[in-house]
Design a binder for this molecule. Structure first.
Ligand SMILES: Nc1nc2c(c(=O)[nH]1)N[C@H]1C(S)=C(S)[C@@H](COP(=O)(O)O)O[C@H]1N2
Ligand SMILES: [Mo]
Length: 188
């Protein structure tokens, strides 16, 4: 009997929490930036550059809009995005030319390779909102640390996510190159 009432009380608490009945009615504050760093590897370990959130946020930022489609055709976005151009991060670490690629890897083991042209914003496939292929407008590949005016949450791929961004609204790119939880950018 005591167990039964204890259980009843517990379930009430769980229901209250789940339905938000314990809410104070305040809006959720912007998340604190997550801890993390991105390492740019260029020509071996001796040329490894580490950046923390504050260091990256202190660099000249690029802002625009970004919109993606997943391999199963689900669109996500458009988002207002802010970050540092990946080309700028690489330029700080050494020379980068048409013979090079950037291997972008993440904490979960995901890795995506973009070639020189793509780092420079060219050679991506782009779609309109009806998912009809369109000629790509100028694009900028950024290491994003803010989405819609606030730091990225873990679920959004924070602290750092690579996105293919544009000045122009309604330009959709493929989600597979939007690497979440970026840990390393390696120039090969
Ligand atoms: N680190 C990491 N980034 C990733 C992936 C992943 O598995 N791991 N999947 C990619 C693919 S294939 C897609 S379509 C999008 C999905 O983004 P979402 O999880 O925000 O919906 O993330 C991309 N970035
Ligand atoms: Mo995908």
């Amino acid at each position: 009997m005591r167990y039964a009432s204890l259980l009843a009380l517990l379930s009430l608490l769980v229901i209250a929490a789940a339905c938000g009945c314990t809410d104070t009615g305040q809006t959720t504050p912007a998340p604190e930036p997550l801890e993390g760093s991105v390492t740019v590897v260029h020509g071996g370990t001796s040329l490894t550059y580490d950046y923390d959130y504050d260091a990256i946020a202190a660099m000249p930022a690029w802002e625009g809009t970004a919109y993606a489609v997943s391999t199963v055709g689900i669109k996500y976005g458009p988002y207002r995005v802010k970050g540092v151009p990946v080309a700028d991060l690489i330029a700080l670490s050494g020379p980068f030319g048409p013979e090079n690629q950037a291997w972008i890897s993440a904490d979960d083991g995901y890795m995506w390779v973009i070639d020189y042209d793509q780092v420079m914003g060219e050679g991506f496939i782009t779609f309109d909102e009806g998912l009809k292929e369109i000629p790509p407008p100028p694009l900028t590949v950024i290491l994003m640390y803010e989405q819609d005016g606030r730091p990225l949450t873990y679920d959004e791929g924070g602290p750092f996510r690579v996105v293919i961004a544009s000045d122009q609204e309604g330009v959709i790119t493929e989600g597979s190159s939007w690497v979440k939880w970026v840990s390393t950018i390696e120039v090969k």
